[in-house]
Design a protein around this ligand. Structure first.
Ligand SMILES: [Zn+2]
Length: 387
């Protein structure tokens, strides 16, 4: 990607993705009932909360346009659509969980999948074949890596943990929340558009005490730190998101209606359901054939992707590469008895180079290539080719 991109084009693409997200938020779901809890009063005893592992921010070339960075940050943790994520449960040993606890998590995967999204989940008994590895180590908190960070974790390590017994709606929400992180979503209370003014001393005291007993840096990283506005979805805060912590009384100063606490409704909010569909719409795989030396133009809007099928007629090494001034993530899957398994990937976003794979493909096997666009200097002026 060159640095001399037209400012106008960047703004246009940024506007397009924000329009799609804002259409959801303006969709009349509103949060008109915040603060007035009819029916059963919420239980405001402090709850155990999810604490994310720290991952450094991915480096981008210095001096890149802030609009382009914004597009990159909003998509960089997300999977390419059409990805099958295989999850593995530790059943024994220090990280093992009982069948009923595994079932709570499996039900939560099914609840996300039932929204009709382009991501599918598949349970596997093989740690080596898994993308998501789920432990149940007591006392180790609830956490997950965010989105594609999961692929950076060694197969001998967990990517998610449930540190307490999952029961009832709370247990289900904890499972939905951790899977939300794995899908690439962040904590809603850190959404910079929330405009939350915290009573910081009260927050440190509350989360520093039981049942969380977190050190100050963990409290800062999961509660007080505002996220980069570019990394969150859209420009509105959804206090009923499953990604929002329950916050006890006396911790929020502003908005004033949450001074007595913030208690999300529980379950996936309407905005959660719509946001996930923006990034992972249901996918109709009309795959176009990609053949050697046959360049395919990419005519895409940000966050959209093109999908190709590759049926090699020779077993040899191939190069698959994008051309032109675009930021893309390119993922190659191998068809293994109808299951598309992650084979190779490259992400060139934020750097002056093109996404490129150098892979050995086998004759008579089938592969699927998915190319998701972050940003393109001129719509339709990039292409993908293999040779
Ligand atoms: Zn969390």
């Amino acid at each position: 990607m060159p640095k001399d991109l037209t400012e106008k084009e960047i703004r246009r693409q940024l506007r397009r993705i924000n329009e799609r997200l804002e259409a959801i938020e303006g969709g009349g779901h509103g949060d008109g009932h915040d603060g007035d809890y009819e029916g059963d009063p919420p239980n405001d005893a402090p709850k155990q909360c999810c604490a994310l592992p720290m991952v450094p921010t991915r480096e981008l070339e210095s001096g890149i346009d802030p609009g382009r960075e914004s597009l990159i940050r909003s998509i960089e943790k997300k999977w390419v659509n059409g990805t099958t994520l295989r999850y593995y449960f530790y059943g024994g040993g220090a990280w093992g969980g009982s069948a009923d606890q595994q079932q709570v998590v499996q039900d939560a995967f099914e609840e996300w999948a039932a929204l009709g999204i382009g991501i599918t989940f598949q349970k596997t008994e093989s740690k080596d074949e898994s993308d998501i590895r789920i432990g149940f180590k007591r006392g180790d908190g609830a956490w997950s890596y965010v989105g594609r960070d999961v692929w950076g974790i060694s197969k001998s390590k967990r990517t998610m943990n449930f540190g307490w017994h999952l029961a009832g709606q709370d247990g289900r929400d904890t499972a939905l929340h951790e899977i939300g992180h794995t899908l690439g979503f962040h904590h809603e209370q850190q959404n910079p558009f929330a405009g939350i003014v915290w009573d910081e001393d009260a927050v440190y005291a509350a989360f520093g005490g039981p049942p969380n007993n977190w050190p100050r840096n963990q409290i800062f990283n999961n509660v007080l730190r505002k996220l980069d506005p570019n990394s969150v979805e859209g420009s509105e805060w959804d206090p009923h998101s499953v990604m929002q912590y329950q916050i006890g009384p006396g911790l929020i100063i502003e908005p004033a209606r949450f001074r007595n606490g913030l208690f999300p409704n529980g379950g996936l909010s309407e905005i959660d359901k719509e946001r996930i569909r923006v990034f992972y719409p249901e996918i109709q795989d009309d795959l176009e054939d990609l053949r050697p030396f046959d360049a395919k133009r990419l005519v895409l809007e940000p966050a959209q992707q093109a999908n190709f099928e590759i049926n090699p007629t020779q077993t040899r090494r191939y190069r698959i590469q994008t051309f032109g001034f675009s930021d893309t993530v390119m993922v190659l899957f191998e068809d293994n008895d109808g299951n598309l398994e992650h084979f190779a990937a490259d992400d060139d976003s934020g750097w002056s180079r093109n996404a490129s794979l150098n892979v050995r493909l086998v004759r008579n096997r089938r592969y699927v290539l998915r190319v998701r666009l972050y940003f393109s200097a001129d719509s339709g002026e990039s292409a993908v080719m293999m040779w």
